[in-house]
Design a protein around this ligand. Structure first.
Ligand code: SF4
Ligand code: SF4
Length: 375
């Protein structure tokens, strides 16, 4: 095992291969507060990449209702149980990662789901987590909070799928950090399925190989965001590239949300993979739950999001989500207008910080019409 630095843990850790960061790292921010679980993202991915034989059960993108939803079943709580003693000392993780707690002779602490664990794409859908005490028009026990968690492969800096593969079939692209399975090398041992704590590698029984989210790399190569991003109804997503913390650029929207404001947080950072999909935590869920999912920065992020409307820059950047299908490498706010720009600084889109309000008279004497009260 090599020693590598994981900034999400605030310390070095053990990993199967030496540290080798790509020239730039594909990354994304998801705002959980805006997701409506319409599953448009899931279907956008499914119809694009996983409509073939042997891929029926695959959801490279899935959306699950927390606290109970999970795909495959209990992928998260099972590993949290196995990974004993998760502790943070401030922003430094003092527990063990899945690499550090690997049993003797194995590279990763993992487990492989059974076939039936994939039977229900969102078991626990819309079930919430506590009783509504009064004011509710129900007398049966009812639950009082839940939220939707959209998930894709995290294109981790230290992928457990890659570390687990005895054939060296999984690789991380130098040009963008996207993690792919070389189909010609894979022999279907499924060690990657076992190793990925997020269960984002799927075995295809028809081809005998493993398959996974490819971050729509043919689109990203052309500067266009992936299918699940551009089709997102709730406009909760933004794809781009993340710098190392010491090289963060405030004019890079992903850097700004992750490194500058620390509003967007990794999913289960304690696993140790340095995942590159970042979440704005749900502000109505309990702090302890958010801390388990997103680490010790959850409380500050929830507080910041609640007051985001008073921060012109932050509010402006949040307005850019879902405003263009292109990758916005840069952004800027000028007064009440916010722009997304490409690598070369060309403006891709410009949106207002506040939607303008137009009040039209009920009776229009010029057109001689009476308007109904429709927007
Ligand atoms: Fe590999 Fe899983 Fe990380 Fe994706 S989320 S790169 S499949 S370990
Ligand atoms: Fe949520 Fe967007 Fe997916 Fe709809 S399309 S479920 S809003 S992430």
């Amino acid at each position: 095992m090599a020693r590598v630095y994981n900034w999400q843990l605030g310390r070095e850790m053990s990993y199967w291969y030496p540290e080798s960061r790509p020239q730039r790292q594909f990354a994304a921010v998801f705002d959980t507060n805006k997701c409506i679980a319409c599953q448009t993202c899931t279907l956008a991915c499914k119809t694009t990449w996983t409509s073939g034989k042997g891929q029926e059960y695959m959801l490279w993108n899935n959306v699950e209702s927390k606290p109970y939803g999970s795909y495959p079943l209990a992928y998260d709580v099972k590993l949290l149980d196995m990974l004993e003693g998760q502790r943070w000392s401030g922003s430094k993780y003092s527990g063990q990662t899945i690499f550090e707690s690997a049993p003797a002779g194995e590279r990763v602490l993992g487990w492989r789901p059974e076939e039936q664990d994939y039977s229900y794409p969102n078991v626990g859908e819309d079930d919430c987590a506590g009783q509504v005490d009064h004011g509710a028009l129900v007398t049966i026990p009812h639950m009082n909070w839940f939220f939707y968690l959209a998930r894709i492969c995290n294109h981790c800096t230290y992928p457990a799928c890659l570390a687990s593969c005895p054939r060296g079939s999984i690789y991380k692209r130098q040009e963008d950090g996207i993690v792919l399975v070389d189909q010609s090398r894979c022999r279907g041992y499924q060690e990657c399925v076992r190793g990925c704590p997020y269960k984002k590698v799927y075995f295809n029984p028809m081809t005998g190989t493993s398959e996974k989210c490819i971050a729509c790399y043919p689109k990203m190569e052309q500067g266009i965001q992936p299918q699940c991003f551009v089709n997102c109804i709730g406009k909760i997503r933004m794809a781009g590239y993340l710098s190392k913390p010491d090289q963060a650029r405030p004019d890079n929207p992903i850097d700004y949300l992750v490194h500058v404001k620390k509003l967007a947080l990794p999913l289960f950072p304690q696993f140790g993979l340095e995942p590159n999909v970042y979440y704005i935590p749900p502000v109505h869920a309990p702090l302890s739950f958010n801390e388990q999912l997103f680490g010790p920065g959850a409380g500050a992020a929830m507080k910041m999001y609640r007051t985001a409307a008073t921060d012109m820059d932050l509010a402006g950047l949040l307005c850019l989500f879902g405003s263009s299908e292109m990758v916005m490498s840069k952004w800027r706010r000028q007064g009440e207008m916010v722009s997304g720009l490409d690598d070369k600084g060309t403006e891709l889109v410009k949106v207002p910080l506040r939607e303008p309000v137009h009040v039209r008279p009920g009776v229009d004497p010029k057109l001689q019409i009476i308007r109904t009260n429709c927007p």
